[in-house]
Design a protein around this ligand. Structure first.
Ligand code: ZN
Length: 364
C-alpha cells in the first residue's frame, strides 16, 4: 500500500473530524502526535505508545542525521523497523533547530550548513537533500525545510523568511512524494496570510502553521490560527506544529486545525506537572502524601488504573525513576483521550458545548 488520503467525516463550524491514511497506516483527526525528537518519546517505549492509543508520532531528521546517522537507520530497514513502530511517522526537517539561535549554523537561499554538537562534523543541506533524507529514513510524511524567523521579528527578517520559506517549499514539493508545506509570517496578519496562500498554492498533501507557540501572546497565536483555518484548503489536513496544551489544542480545533504535535505533555510529566480534568496538579506537593486516589479520578490510563497519587509522589520524592514513566503515560493518554472526545463531539455536533464544558472545569 502507498499513497495519501484525507477524508473529512463531519464538520461543526470550522472544527472537523476525519481520517488520514498514508502508506496503508491510519490515524483519526483531530490527531495529537507525541514528539520523538531522537526517535524516542522520553521514558516511553513504542509498546507504551500503542497501549496509550497513539496513532502517529513525529521525529526530527536534524537530530537523527547527527546521531545515529542516516546509514544506521537505512540499514535497520527504516525508522518503522528501527523504532518497532508501525503507526504513522512524520519527520520534521529540523529547519527550526538549524536556524534558531543556539545551534551553530549558517544559511543562504540555497542551503543550510550546520555543525554537529556531537562530533563537530559539518553537514550541508539543500531543501532537496533534506527531503531525500527524510524519505531514505522511510518517513510517511516529510515536512518542508522552512525558515523560521525569531520572535519578535523585524519586518525585514519576516520578509526574508517568507521569501526563503516559499522558495524552499517549491523545491521540497518537487523533491518529495508525501510532503506537508509550512507557513511562516510570525504574528503579522498580512505576512501570515501571504505565507499561508503561497504554501497552499504549491499543492502539498497537507499544510502547516510553523513558527508559532514560541512565546507570542495567546490572542496573536489564536488570530494566526484562524488565518490558517481560513486560507488553507478544506480538502487537506491542517497541522499546527508545536502546540500541546489541552486548552490551546481545543482553541485550534475550533479554528480548523486537524493535527498537533508537542513535547508539552511529556515534558510537563517529567517536571511533576500532571493534567487532570480540573487543571494541572503538582504531584510532589505534600497534600498528596496520603492521597490514595489516582492522578485523575476520571482517567482510565494504565497509570490511573493501577497507581495512586501517594505512591507516585513517594517514588518521585525517593528518586525512583519509574514515576516519570507513570506521569508521562498519564499526560499523553489525557491528550489522546481529549482528541478522541473532540472527534466524538464534532461527530455529534456538540464540540462547542464540549469545549466550553472542558474549559470551565480546567484551571491551568
Ligand atoms: Zn491517567
Amino acid at each position: 500500500m502507498s499513497g495519501f488520503e484525507f477524508v473529512s467525516r463531519a464538520t461543526e463550524g470550522r472544527a472537523r473530524t476525519g481520517k488520514l491514511t498514508v502508506n496503508g497506516r491510519e490515524a483519526e483527526t483531530p490527531l495529537f502526535m507525541p514528539v520523538a525528537t531522537k526517535a524516542g518519546v522520553k521514558t516511553l517505549t513504542s509498546e507504551d505508545l500503542r497501549q496509550i492509543g497513539v496513532e502517529a508520532l513525529i521525529t526530527n531528521v536534524y537530530h537523527l542525521i547527527m546521531r545515529p546517522g542516516i546509514q544506521i537507520i537505512e540499514d535497520a530497514g527504516g525508522l518503522h523497523e528501527f523504532m518497532n513502530w508501525d503507526g504513522i511517522i512524520f519527520t520534521d526537517s529540523g529547519g527550526f533547530q538549524m536556524i534558531r539561535d543556539g545551534f551553530k549554523s549558517s544559511l543562504d537561499s540555497e542551503k543550510v550548513k550546520f555543525k554537529s554538537e556531537i562530533d563537530g562534523a559539518v553537514h550541508e543541506l539543500t531543501p532537496e537533500k533534506n527531503i531525500e533524507i527524510q524519505e531514505k529514513m522511510d518517513t510517511d510524511v516529510a515536512m518542508c525545510l522552512d525558515h523560521c524567523p525569531p520572535y519578535p521579528a523585524e519586518s525585514e527578517e519576516l520578509k526574508i523568511s517568507l521569501e526563503r520559506t516559499a522558495h524552499w517549499a517549491k523545491r521540497c514539493r518537487e523533491a518529495g512524494k508525501v510532503v506537508f508545506g509550512i507557513s511562516q509570517g510570525g504574528t503579522d496578519p498580512g505576512s501570515r496570510k501571504k505565507s499561508c496562500r503561497q504554501i497552499a498554492e504549491i499543492g502539498f498533501e497537507g499544510n502547516a502553521l510553523g513558527g508559532l507557540s514560541i512565546g507570542e501572546p495567546k490572542e496573536d497565536m489564536y488570530a494566526m490560527t484562524s488565518i490558517g483555518g481560513e486560507v488553507f484548503p478544506e480538502d487537506k489536513p491542517r497541522y499546527f506544529m508545536g502546540l500541546g496544551s489541552p486548552e490551546d489544542i481545543l482553541e485550534a480545533i475550533e479554528r480548523g486545525m486537524d493535527i498537533f504535535d508537542s513535547a508539552y505533555p511529556t515534558r510537563n510529566a517529567r517536571h511533576r506537572s500532571v493534567f487532570t480534568n480540573e487543571g494541572t496538579i503538582r504531584i510532589d506537593k505534600s497534600a498528596y502524601k496520603d492521597d490514595h486516589t489516582p492522578l485523575d479520578p476520571d482517567c482510565d490510563c494504565p497509570t490511573c488504573d493501577n497507581y495512586t497519587r501517594a505512591y507516585i509522589r513517594h517514588l518521585c520524592k525517593s528518586n525512583e525513576l519509574a514515576w516519570m514513566k507513570l506521569t508521562s503515560v498519564h499526560n499523553l493518554y489525557f491528550i489522546i483521550e481529549l482528541m478522541k472526545k473532540s472527534r466524538e463531539a464534532i461527530m455529534d455536533g456538540e464540540f462547542k458545548e464540549f469545549k466550553d464544558g472542558f474549559m470551565q472545569k480546567y484551571k491551568r
